[in-house]
Design a protein around this ligand. Structure first.
Ligand SMILES: Cc1cc2nc3c(=O)[nH]c(=O)nc-3n(C[C@H](O)[C@H](O)[C@H](O)COP(=O)(O)O)c2cc1C
Length: 329
């Protein structure tokens, strides 16, 4: 995830339980693109011992080819190349890259043909079910078989559906049944329980988890424990308090400026805050913090004080939450 799966977050996940496969933030590929240093560093130094795939976003076949060659000529230790065909940001899809590619199966074919040939190890694809609708879905699945793509991560929404529309898991089931390669189910998998349910429902070979790993960095470990019949680690609110400390330390990587660090931290707190208190007070107050000491005060109050430390951190985000004040901190 752009601006989330940084080197710092990968290293943090190494401590909390890394996923079996990791996908980098995307390298932007265009006429004068070079490999972004911070993504290269995440490949070099994540130290999770897990295979990592370099994700590319772009539509120019020669530039994609040049980028893959550059990755391998520098001997970056990637397990493969992943093509982004899902990004829904208008400024991205308007350039016909990311999710924008889903409107153009001919272009997809050219890219598959090239990247399959020039990638010496695995070539994988991340996509949605279509741009506005599923018009080209079956055709793209055929191309995935024809060009022997090695793995598909399928976010079962359209590009226009953004991040909130209903996830249509039946498309993942169809893809898993039809494709020769493994399929990772993606979209709103929020806990080890829902991961198991979606694996069963879709018969996919695995799950890809995005936002819920921000809310709950233990999720990958929990899924593995649950599926292997081992006791599942259940974090307490005091563990979440430590997680926030770790996140704050991690922000040092992004900036030295306290204000910028706090703003970056708030991206993560926005997800964590969906599971702390039913009234959304943690969310309300943490959004208004200006510095580390204010964050610490809010985090201590809701995660440690008044016996909260030993309370379970909910498996799932709390529903019906409105971030609102109740009292002075
Ligand atoms: C902040 C953010 C950044 C993202 N960046 C990327 C990205 O760079 N590449 C990608 O394939 N998907 C990206 N995604 C999409 C996620 O990988 C995932 O497909 C989507 O969030 C749905 O899964 P989830 O419900 O588990 O989060 C991003 C999502 C978010 C919220």
């Amino acid at each position: 995830m752009q601006d989330v799966t940084t080197l710092g977050f990968m290293q943090l996940l190494r401590e909390y339980g890394a996923p079996d496969l990791i996908f980098t933030e995307y390298f932007r590929v265009h006429g004068h693109s070079t490999l972004e240093r911070h993504i290269v560093d995440s490949i070099l130094f994540h130290n999770t011992d897990k295979p990592i795939f370099a994700q590319l976003i772009g539509e120019s076949v020669p530039d994609l080819e040049r980028t893959v060659e550059s990755i391998f000529s520098q001997e970056l230790p990637v397990a493969g190349i992943d093509l982004n065909m899902g990004c829904p940001a208008p400024k991205v899809y308007k350039k016909n890259v990311g999710g924008g590619l889903l409107r153009d199966p001919k272009k997809i074919e050219e890219i598959f043909n090239c990247l399959k040939k020039c990638t010496p190890n695995y070539f994988t694809v991340k996509m949605r079910i279509g741009f506005e609708c599923d018009k080209h879905f079956n055709e793209i699945l055929s191309l995935i078989n024809e060009y022997e793509i090695d793995l598909l991560s399928l976010h079962a929404r359209t590009v226009k559906g953004g991040y909130k529309s209903e996830v249509q898991y039946e498309y993942i089931k169809d893809a898993a049944r039809y494709l020769k390669c493994p399929v990772l189910a993606n979209g709103n998998i929020t806990s080890y329980i829902s991961a198991e349910q979606i694996l069963m429902d879709t018969q996919s070979q695995g799950v890809m988890i995005g936002r819920s790993s921000i809310r709950n960095p233990w999720i990958f470990k929990q899924i593995e424990q649950h599926l292997t019949g081992t006791k599942v680690f259940k974090p307490k609110l005091k563990d979440v308090r430590c997680y926030i400390n770790d996140l704050y330390k991690m922000t040092k990587e992004t900036s030295r400026d306290e204000r910028a660090r706090i703003n970056y931290l708030k991206k993560f707190l926005n997800f964590i805050g969906t599971s702390v208190d039913k009234k959304g007070e943690f969310l309300y107050y943490s959004r208004r913090c200006q510095n580390q000491s204010e964050i610490n005060k809010v985090a201590d109050r809701y995660l440690i004080n008044k016996g909260n430390a030993e309370l379970d951190y909910p498996n799932e985000p709390l529903t019906g939450l409105i971030a609102r004040p109740n009292c002075e901190i």
